[in-house]
Design a protein around this ligand. Sequence first.
Ligand SMILES: Nc1ncnc2c1ncn2[C@@H]1O[C@H](COP(=O)(O)OP(=O)(O)OP(=O)(O)O)[C@@H](O)[C@H]1O
Ligand SMILES: [Mg+2]
Length: 464
Amino acid sequence: MDRRKRDRTFPPFENVLVIDDESNLCEALSMILKRQDYNVTTAEDGKEGLSLFESRDFDVVLCDIRMPEMDGIAFLKAAISRKAEAVIMMMSGYGTVETAAEAMNLGAVDYVAKPFKPNEILVKLRQNEKRMQLKHENTLLRDVIRETFGFENLVGRSKVMRAIFNTVQTISEHKTTVLITGESGTGKGLVAKAIHYDGIRRNGPLVAINCGGLPEHILEREMFGYVKGAFTDAVYDKKGLFCEANHGTLFFDGIGKLPISLQVKLLRVLEDEEIRPLGGNKSIKVDVRVIAATDEDLSKKVQEKTFSDDLYCRINLVPIYLPPLRERMEDIPVLIDHLIRKFNIHPGKQVRGIDPDAIRELAGRAWRGNVREFENVIQSTMAMMDHDIISVEDLPREVKGGEKTGDLLSFDTLSIKANNSALEKLLIKKALTQTKGNRTQAARLLEISHPTLLYKMKEYSIKG
Ligand SMILES: Nc1ncnc2c1ncn2[C@@H]1O[C@H](COP(=O)(O)OP(=O)(O)OP(=O)(O)O)[C@@H](O)[C@H]1O
Ligand SMILES: [Mg+2]
């Protein structure tokens, strides 16, 4: 087979170093490998092998275990300490199989038992080539995931967001349980991802469970897994999410909806760091960081006795509260920049920026749906426009005529008079926006006379 014809995205092994004190074996291996287009260099013991290894880049090393001067294990230790990612395969003769296992623990990628057939060694080489290729692809994929979900994607410059960034950075290096609260669309999920993908557990899994989406008994099975026969449908053993998330993070989304019985069980796992699958009689140790999120007020639920006080105290060790977007409008300009970059994906159709009037228009809106809603508006605006600067005209109608910050009826007071005034003010502003400031038309929409409108505008300090 011609190696060059092999389809590989990861560079295939090319330069091979063979270390063996049996010169016959070195020669034979050399011949077999050269026939397959590998570049082969040979050494007669570990010492010679190590100096070659240090002077050149080899893709793979095939190393005997028992040799004079420096044996295979000593070579392996020295080589790995110099290049941790070196690909070293051991060749073990009779009586050295156990040592081969030790070599694997020390960082060898594989071993082949002597005597071996030529084909055997080639198959092993290719298997490891493939393994390295997958490892390489995994690393690339992780980088992409990190770029997409990591810390850089969490933007904001308000004081409160900057404080959150600091907390996220500090806690991502620890295993502490975190509770993220905030209205829907404020970025709880994104913060959870940033904690995971920017922290020490980034190479472990991030597993999410939606506590509100499933009936209690299914949720329990999902969390803890079960053994065959635990209930009628349990025809095989199933790993629970705690096991799936081992060495990583388990994200309890919508924790406020977790049934009380499971709250108690979750607390026990957090304390004991072990779980027992349903129907099983053995506990399994788990190493999982728990992040919980909710848009509910858990302290209120504790008072109402629908949320466990103990669990609340345990998960609330590090609370992160994401305020609604309308309370941190100074984040809007950086969010716009970030979103323009995020959605500039159509080649040949690039949006370069946004004009100040459009920023003012966006910053004046209440954003009940928070960052999610804001993101949707920017995305759909960008999809519809055919020029490169977003202007007020490009913004969707509901934004321009939408509910504005400060206009909201508070109902802090039950006074009909006070609330009527707030409502009048809101309607007048809406009518003026809709008619682009034309008072005659606005008065018609409001079904009041022109002088009444002028009077009310003065009363409410509305500039038309
Ligand atoms: N600070 C931020 N910077 C950049 N993007 C953000 C930020 N906050 C939120 N987003 C984006 O807004 C959208 C909504 O965020 P997310 O899904 O994390 O909200 P949530 O609080 O989990 O909402 P829900 O309670 O409905 O699950 C996502 O696309 C997210 O990427
Ligand atoms: Mg979410």
